[in-house]
Design a protein around this ligand. Sequence first.
Ligand code: GTP
Ligand code: MG
Ligand code: ZN
Length: 349
Amino acid sequence: MKHKISNKLSAKLAHFAPDQVEQLVARAKAMQRRAKTSDDPLDAWVERVMRKDERTLARSDKRLAGLIVSVTSQTAMAETAEGIKLVRRLGQMVVVGDNVTLAVSDDGEASVIEVALRRTKLSRPDVDVAEREQVIVANVDIVVIVVSVVTPPLHPRLIDRYLVAIQQGGAAAAIFVNKLDLLEDHSELEVLDPYRKLGIPVIQGSAMTHAGGDELRTTLSGKTCAFVGHSGVGKSSIVNYLKPDAALEVGSISEGYGRGTHTTTASSLHRLSDGTVLIDTPGIRSFGLRELQDSQIASYFPEFDGFQCRFRDCSHTHEPGCEVQAAVQSGALDEARYAAYCRLKAELA
Ligand SMILES: Nc1nc2c(ncn2[C@@H]2O[C@H](COP(=O)(O)OP(=O)(O)OP(=O)(O)O)[C@@H](O)[C@H]2O)c(=O)[nH]1
Ligand SMILES: [Mg+2]
Ligand SMILES: [Zn+2]
């Protein structure tokens, strides 16, 4: 009995999410065990499982539109005209916010057969296979980058990375600075001025005292919004504040390090009565960037637009006659944002 699928079959399954391949293989192994008699290679059993799925779909003639509202490694939930349904994903990779078509069999089992083109998305490289895209959320209007002060301390450099990915994915950005109740000296918040200058809404508040709540509500009103950021900054607390019956689990902060404890493990979608949609996401450790070309990095720093450097293809790092560097020197451009630009350049070099 073989326990692994061949490289050839793996390649064929390349468009499946890694956990879905695992699921497929687990089902194939179970089927193989039940059959007892056979010592066919595992490949054949996996193909059998896939053919079975296809037959199930062909038999189920009912189609239903759905919106994915939560995803765990094994299952997904979709909101449909017939209520919330547990759905099988088959070969489809789905994330919260995806608009899907479901095939519903006679016994009521729903399977995703099509994922609509995503209007916007937020992606990063897959943690295991960097070339593979991990979409975090789909079809959001605004990604709210949540940062906190004190515990965990403010990390403005994560904001720069998110802003690149948000621009790549086509959504708008906003920043929510949480836990303001813990901050005595507000001068450290000056590091957020460059983002305000870019026209990004920067809202300061507290999920605990509800400070900044009205401003946040106004900014998000009627839109589909995803909350992203490090663990422990208070993403779930903010969603709970805006929609108390979301009743999301809220974590603790580890004592020594002031870091979050990765409480939220799956994204989830919540509706407010005014049409606003809130998506809570799990906290991240770091945020990688994908499909970033050296020559494009400057285009994700809109404040560099309009400077006329001596060389048209100026990289703004060492060239003579570089107006961007001159503007950093004179204080017209923010030094920390420029340093973030140089770091991204260096990462690709
Ligand atoms: N003092 C203070 N504590 C807060 C505030 N908002 C959240 N917290 C606390 O911060 C901790 C983490 O909050 P969560 O909402 O679980 O954070 P999260 O960003 O969802 O974390 P993950 O799910 O791990 O990514 C909890 O102990 C909250 O009570 C706030 O505005 N002020
Ligand atoms: Mg959370
Ligand atoms: Zn330049």
